[in-house]
Design a protein around this ligand. Sequence first.
Ligand SMILES: Cc1cc2nc3c(=O)[nH]c(=O)nc-3n(C[C@H](O)[C@H](O)[C@H](O)COP(=O)(O)OP(=O)(O)OC[C@H]3O[C@@H](n4cnc5c(N)ncnc54)[C@H](O)[C@@H]3O)c2cc1C
Length: 434
Amino acid sequence: MSDKFDVAIVGAGPAGSAAALTLAREGLSVVVFERGEFPGAKNMFGGVLYTTILNKLVPNFWEEAPVERQIVKRRFGLLSEKSEAAFEFRCEDYNAAPPYNQSFSALRARFDPWLAKKAEEAGALIIPETVVDDLIWEGDKVCGVKARREGGDILADVVIAADGVNSFLAKKAGLRKEFKWNVLAVAAKEVIGLPREVIEDRFGLEGDEGVAMEFFADSVAGMVGGGFIYTNKETLSVGIACSIDAFIGKKIVPNDLLERFKKHPSIRRLIRKGETLEYSGHMIPEGGFNQVPQILTDGLLLAGDAAHLVNASLYHEGTNLAMASGLYAAEAIIEAKKKGDFSKQGLKSYQEKLECSFVMKDLKKYQKVEAWAHANPKFFTEYPDLLLDLIKDYFTISEKPKQTIQENLYKKFRTHLSPLRAMIEINKLRKTFL
Ligand SMILES: Cc1cc2nc3c(=O)[nH]c(=O)nc-3n(C[C@H](O)[C@H](O)[C@H](O)COP(=O)(O)OP(=O)(O)OC[C@H]3O[C@@H](n4cnc5c(N)ncnc54)[C@H](O)[C@@H]3O)c2cc1C
């Protein structure tokens, strides 16, 4: 193996492989180190793969990529202990091929190896089962990595740290600080096997259609976060994700919260008779815009979760941002190579590309969501309970005249929430999400 490359990439997740593919196609020499037995072996997500960038990297990817189902239906449910109110949207147009619909369910143990293989076919060298422990420095410039292998000191003009949420390389380079617990979420997920026909009948799907379902409030014991079910071809991805400080405050561990979620009357019917095939846990960087660290320095770029590029509003969009940042990082390096300048100045178009794109624009738009969620616990406990209680009263048939029922509903509502308070809360929501 040559011990000097144009680019060394740490991590073969969506960010690292997107960068490797783009660089290798331009003829740059690229090495990718992945600590897993194979790319994707250690990776998990919810997961809906958002694919606007993937479609640029591999046009018509859906004809060959191991995606599961095309998401044609989205559902957001609000749970109390015994009730559920949901908003569901289904659109026949979403059955059309991308670019119309860009959302697919996927399993990372299948998707990540496929994308890494694309990079390999383009000429990148992918080295699995290899942890990178440190960066190599020449003065203030990063000029390589120390991989945990014999002869593992590898020199490169530029290093891309695509090593995920816990990026030790970003920390070693002094680009990010210690985390606070409220900017990270922890997720627990099971992949539950069910026959294909059962999934389609139970979730109202045909062929390769899929649904993405998210559940809030009692789904996660009123904590900041939510539960999810995403349909795959012959499995369901079922999980919960909440901020770490919520777990600490509630003194509950992720696995117990997942078991609780699976037992809720609205959930247990959907997963009935399923067989748990896999269990996994992972962290999500949910701090958004305000937590994005310095993303470049001389000879080093951060991409994907390593740069905290996750839109954790209602979209839970991380994969698309990861692939976008991998692509932009690669483009910036290609430009820097033409100038022969791999300094921070020479690589600065990476920052500009991110800022001009949906990546930073979306993170900026939703920058208040995390703080709002932590400052307004009533939206995860009291208000959903009240709303579901009122809906229950409204639909409960009795011999009381409907006029009386409605007057009682209004009285109950006012006892818990004055009209002024309701207006203030709605205004807060508007300012946070719109
Ligand atoms: C529970 C959960 C649900 C999610 N749901 C969604 C969703 O539905 N839709 C969506 O778009 N996003 C979702 N996300 C976010 C999404 O998964 C991430 O944003 C995305 O995977 C980031 O990609 P990445 O390549 O930056 O990092 P990762 O996918 O984390 O890849 C990092 C890679 O680096 C490797 N690595 C780490 N350290 C080293 C080292 N020192 N040496 C060598 N290799 C190393 C790891 O093994 C890994 O392969 C979810 C995340 C979680 C945890």
